[in-house]
Design a protein around this ligand. Structure first.
Ligand SMILES: Nc1ncnc2c1ncn2[C@@H]1O[C@H](COP(=O)(O)OP(=O)(O)OP(=O)(O)O)[C@@H](O)[C@H]1O
Ligand SMILES: [Mg+2]
Length: 457
């Protein structure tokens, strides 16, 4: 004879099983803060053989701004196999876990890929889902319950017939939804199942919210760390700059004296003697050191700008005149493309000339065996009217990883460079409300300078 369990005993056994599942789920939600792992654990718990609640479960998260629900993961009874109970047999302390291999297997399954490729427009798609999101309540749908289901993109795409949708709620906001169904057996989603789904979704909502908040804190923390590093770096640079300025100041006077005496020696010694050659070398090297010190002092000095109305075209033409011999020495041909002027800007013409001279000198130095320099001048409308000067050379350009560093003070690849030329250029342009960008193009580098245009006077 078959032994029968009395109905009362069977009911309390069922309650015990349900309670155990809920305890284990609750412990599981506290076991990780990683959003990815959480989503796998939630859906696996809903579909695995341990609970046998549903055959498939899908999770969609809602974009706060657009309201679009983006598919994140789909788990089926087949891919839910990796769920393990850890922490002993006691329901109060045990929980579920899933290892990285099982997570990968679930993520790469065809069904999950299908879910991830699904976006549900909050306003246009499934009316049921819209209600779940807005009314914050669970909905269950039989095959014939929804008049529009057949035409519903979401239902068609995922091969859904009868299904239930539960909102993921936290702090009175719908973060997303969990969709469950039983497509293989067509088993009806009963009241008990829905009750369970509701309880699990409630806990899952809080866990997902905590995880998202944690991620945001992590991101803010990382931004803060970056900002602090930039600040420390800036302070260090400022300290180096101050030290360099003091040193430059101290060195300047003795250098002038040495240069003066060496100059007198050059004049007094016969031009063919070795001593004349030595003295001449001293004069040239002193000249280079003086220019270097002048650069360092210019960089560390607080900017004093004498603004006046000037014309970018005039400044550039002035630069070309000053550069003639340098261009000839380097066998560099100059081509210009100026749109129709005038080019009214407000600024310090002397400092702006220094900007373009530095860029042209760098270009010449990049073409020791000759080449071409192309200077373009035009007006553009960005968020305001601007004047754009681009200086393009054929000197081979720069390695891509060097581009972000070239405006940093003291960055140089030249044996006798100070690495201050572009740092000074950048500083002057910033003081004029302008900017500079560098890129590789064609056979060399292009430096593009933008300056705000003013009304012609
Ligand atoms: N037109 C260019 N083509 C290729 N590389 C360039 C060009 N302009 C600048 N660079 C690179 O950027 C670096 C920094 O330039 P920057 O003008 O600041 O210093 P520098 O020319 O090395 O020294 P200084 O200007 O003090 O003589 C250069 O050393 C060079 O490697
Ligand atoms: Mg330079």
């Amino acid at each position: 004879m078959e032994a029968r369990t009395p109905p009362k005993q069977a009911a309390s056994h069922k309650q015990l099983v349900e309670l155990t599942i809920l305890y284990q789920f609750s412990n599981t939600m506290l076991s990780t803060i990683r959003l990815n792992k959480l989503t796998h654990l939630i859906l696996t718990a809903l579909t695995s053989d341990s609970t046998r609640l549903f055959e498939r479960a899908m999770l969609f998260l809602r974009n706060e701004k657009s309201g679009v629900l983006q598919g994140m993961l789909g788990v089926t009874r087949d891919t839910a196999g990796g769920l393990k109970v850890v922490g002993g047999k006691d329901a109060l302390s045990s929980r579920w876990d899933i290892d990285d291999d099982a997570i990968l297997h679930q993520r790469d399954s065809a069904f999950s890929k299908h879910v991830r490729a699904t976006r549900i427009e909050a306003s246009a798609d499934c009316t049921i889902i819209r209600r779940v999101i807005h009314e914050h309540r669970l909905y269950a749908l039989g095959e014939d319950d929804c008049p529009v289901c057949e035409s519903c993109d979401f239902v068609r795409r995922l091969g859904i017939a009868a299904f239930a949708v539960a909102p993921l709620i936290a702090r009175d906001k719908a973060l997303g939804i969990i969709v469950v169904d039983n497509p293989s057996s067509n088993k009806e989603i009963g009241r008990d199942d829905l009750h369970f789904l509701q309880l699990i979704a409630n806990q899952a909502g809080m866990a997902v919210e905590n995880s998202m908040l944690y991620n945001r804190i992590e991101e803010a923390h990382s931004n803060l760390r970056d900002a602090r590093e930039r600040l420390v770096h800036g302070e260090r640079l400022a300290a180096i700059g101050e030290m360099a300025a003091n040193l430059a100041h101290e060195l300047k006077n003795p250098l002038i004296t040495i240069g003066g005496f060496a100059g007198r020696l050059v004049k007094g010694l016969p031009g063919t003697s070795r001593e004349h050659h030595y003295a001449d070398t001293i004069v040239k090297e002193i000249g280079r050191l003086e220019r270097m010190l002048a650069d360092i002092l210019a960089f560390s000095r607080k900017p004093t700008i004498c603004y006046s109305a000037c014309d970018a075209g005039d400044i550039l033409r002035d630069c070309f005149a000053s550069c003639t011999t340098t261009l000839e020495d380097h066998c560099v041909s100059l081509a210009t493309s100026f749109e129709d002027g005038p080019w009214p800007i407000l600024g310090d013409a002397h400092q702006l000339k220094q900007v373009f001279l530095n860029l042209m000198l760098n270009a010449c130095e990049a073409m020791p065996d000759g080449g071409s320099l192309h200077v373009t001048l035009k007006k553009v409308s960005l968020d305001k009217k601007c004047i754009l000067v681009s200086i393009q050379d054929s000197g081979g350009g720069m390695p891509a990883d060097m581009l972000p560093k070239i405006f940093t003070p003291f960055f140089t690849t030249k044996p006798h460079g100070t690495g201050l030329g572009l740092a000074i250029v950048n500083r002057i342009l910033q003081n004029h409300g302008g900017s500079i960008k560098a890129r590789n193009e064609g056979r060399g580098a292009v430096f593009t300078v933008t300056l705000p245009q003013v009304e012609a006077q």
